[in-house]
Ligand binder design. Structure first.
Ligand code: SF4
Ligand code: ZN
Ligand code: ZN
Length: 303
């Protein structure tokens, strides 16, 4: 029987990459400390900042929100109802009941009211659902945070997500993306600062935190995530991790430590201008979101 290295009680969790056995209480503490350390390491925010957590109803975003509350940060939630059938319905209910349980505000934007649900957008835009969804989510998150006094947007991207993106960007030598792969995107030109406090926490670790904290989260993935190449990369990295625990963390952390500073030196920032329609920052005269909205209203007018 493994024993908790802190108190000697029966361990509930074993973390091979850290060679740590911990009981429930000490695991939850370990997780919160790790989040705090990451926030400090990358100078993400402090206790005076108002933080908006992008909540999907999944384990990562709810664990992040819970951990920030435990750590004493001023964190509210932000949920976008994407209108993806049962998945959205269930994830909304779980996000809502979590917010009630912790006594924090969950702001909600619904695509049913604002434009059209994601599955319907395929009629208006030929891009994959996830690209369209990304445009919509970025737009509402940034705009909402700015208009409501939030200084920071925190997302639940975990180590598995970041390592898979890094792996993909490296396989393709997507240098421009690599230059921006950092857990903090600074606030600039109308963009709110975006941070990823779980970037050094694996998917398993965040799932264990959710379970041991009694968080009810949506276990199903969004139906549009099926077949994404990132899933293959995650599986491949998981195999490496199995053989050699710590591989993922090393791959990602060492990129940030050794490679990112070199790449950043040659970063050319895209020139941003306020979108002529909505005023949000954009690389073109009209931003991607307003373009999408125009396509929808044009097609609707024809119909
Ligand atoms: Fe949006 Fe794609 Fe994520 Fe589904 S998987 S929530 S469509 S980005
Ligand atoms: Zn213990
Ligand atoms: Zn716009």
């Amino acid at each position: 029987m493994r024993k908790c290295i802190k108190c000697g009680e029966k361990a509930q969790v074993y973390l091979p990459q850290h060679r740590l056995s911990l009981c429930k209480q000490h695991y939850l503490e370990w997780f919160d400390n790790r989040v705090e350390k990451t926030i400090k390491e990358f100078k993400m925010f402090n206790r005076k900042d108002k933080v908006l957590v992008a909540v999907s109803g999944g384990k990562d975003s709810l664990s992040l929100w819970k951990s920030l509350i435990n750590l004493g940060y001023d964190a509210d939630g932000f949920y976008i109802n994407l209108g993806i059938g049962e998945y959205s319905q269930k994830s909304y209910e779980l996000a809502k009941s979590f917010s009630e349980k912790v006594g924090k505000t969950l702001h909600v934007v619904s695509l049913y009211k604002e434009m059209v649900p994601i599955p319907e957008m395929r009629k208006y835009d030929s891009r994959p659902a996830c690209s369209v969804c990304g445009t919509v989510k970025r737009y509402y998150m940034n705009k909402f945070a700015k208009e409501n006094g939030y200084k920071i947007i925190a997302t639940g991207h975990n180590l598995d997500d970041e390592a898979a993106v890094l792996f993909s960007n490296t396989l393709n030598w997507s240098v421009e993306y690599l230059k921006r792969q950092y857990p903090v995107l600074p606030e600039e030109d109308g963009f709110i600062r975006k941070v990823k406090p779980l970037c050094k926490i694996s998917e398993k670790e965040s799932a264990m935190y959710a379970v041991l904290s009694g968080i009810d989260y949506i276990e199903e993935e969004c139906p549009f995530s099926e077949g994404a190449t990132s899933i293959d990369y995650k599986m491949f990295l998981a195999q490496l991790e199995e053989k050699s625990p710590g591989t993922k963390l090393r791959f990602y952390s060492e990129f940030l430590r050794k490679m990112y500073p070199i790449l950043k030196q040659s970063e050319e920032k895209p020139k941003l201008q306020p979108c002529k329609i909505c005023g949000e920052p954009s690389t073109n005269e009209i931003c991607a979101f307003c373009n999408l909205k125009m396509k929808i209203s044009q097609k609707e007018a024809k119909a």
